[in-house]
Design a binder for this molecule. Structure first.
Ligand code: DX5
Ligand code: ZN
Length: 218
């Protein structure tokens, strides 16, 4: 089952509740929350208080993508704020296994994200512990960037690694996905598709969601 996760990075921050409601009513499956600290990536976005406020306004799965240094300091805070899935970057910690256990210890689903230049083999010995792998198809930090084409092969390789271990975890792709390439991203093996600008930069958010879903399924 292919699921669409709308990234609120490209939503109107003065009208988050409105934009999320439109996306939710149009059939988006997950809400992807991009958390940036100005250190791990050169941009600053939102933190736990905003997640908490939005949690009260939406029934979507909250998929929190932490692009921050020292993620272990903030797992509890995001868990308490209402995250359902917490994804950390492999590049942001020396102790990935411990960090994954910390997320699971909070009763949340655990994901690990890989930057475009990070090889998938860093996950070989922890993938059994995971609920989701996130393959970044742009360098994290900003919405609206172009999809990096080497990601297709990386998605397929990751899918093979997951299958070879007999796992059924989610494989998410994030960055530069729109109606023109979602089909190939899905064919490569992804089942959770993040889209920010393709949804929220559109004049008609609802139509954009439907277009993405149709293009991803066909
Ligand atoms: C990039 C973020 C993405 C981004 C996706 O650092 O992790 O979630 O918002 O936006 P688009 O779909 O516009 O590439
Ligand atoms: Zn993201």
């Amino acid at each position: 089952m292919i699921k669409l996760a709308s990234s609120i990075l490209s939503a109107d921050f003065a009208n988050l509740e409105r934009d999320i409601r439109i996306a939710e009513e149009a059939g988006v499956d997950w809400l992807h929350v991009d958390v940036m600290d100005g250190h791990f990536v050169p941009n600053i976005t939102i933190g736990p208080p905003v997640v908490r406020s939005l949690r009260a306004k939406s029934n979507l799965i909250f998929d929190v993508h932490l692009m921050i240094e020292n993620p272990e300091l903030y797992i509890k805070s995001f868990a308490d704020s209402g995250a359902d899935i917490i994804t950390v970057h492999a590049e942001a910690t020396n102790h990935l296994h411990r960090l994954i256990q910390m997320i699971k210890g909070e009763g949340k689903k655990a994901g690990v994200a890989l930057n475009p230049s990070t090889p998938i083999n860093v996950l070989e010995h922890v993938v059994e512990e995971l609920d989701m792998v996130l393959i970044m198809s742009v360098n994290p930090g900003f919405g609206g960037q172009e999809f990096i084409k080497s990601a297709y092969e990386k998605i397929s390789s990751m899918k093979r690694l997951i299958d070879s271990k007999g796992l059924t975890i989610d494989l998410q792709v994030d960055g530069g996905v729109g109606p023109d390439n979602i089909g190939r991203v899905v064919k490569s093996g992804a089942n959770i598709i993040v889209a920010g600008s393709a949804i929220f930069n559109s004049k008609d958010i609802s139509a954009a969601v439907k277009k993405m879903k149709d293009a991803g399924i066909s």
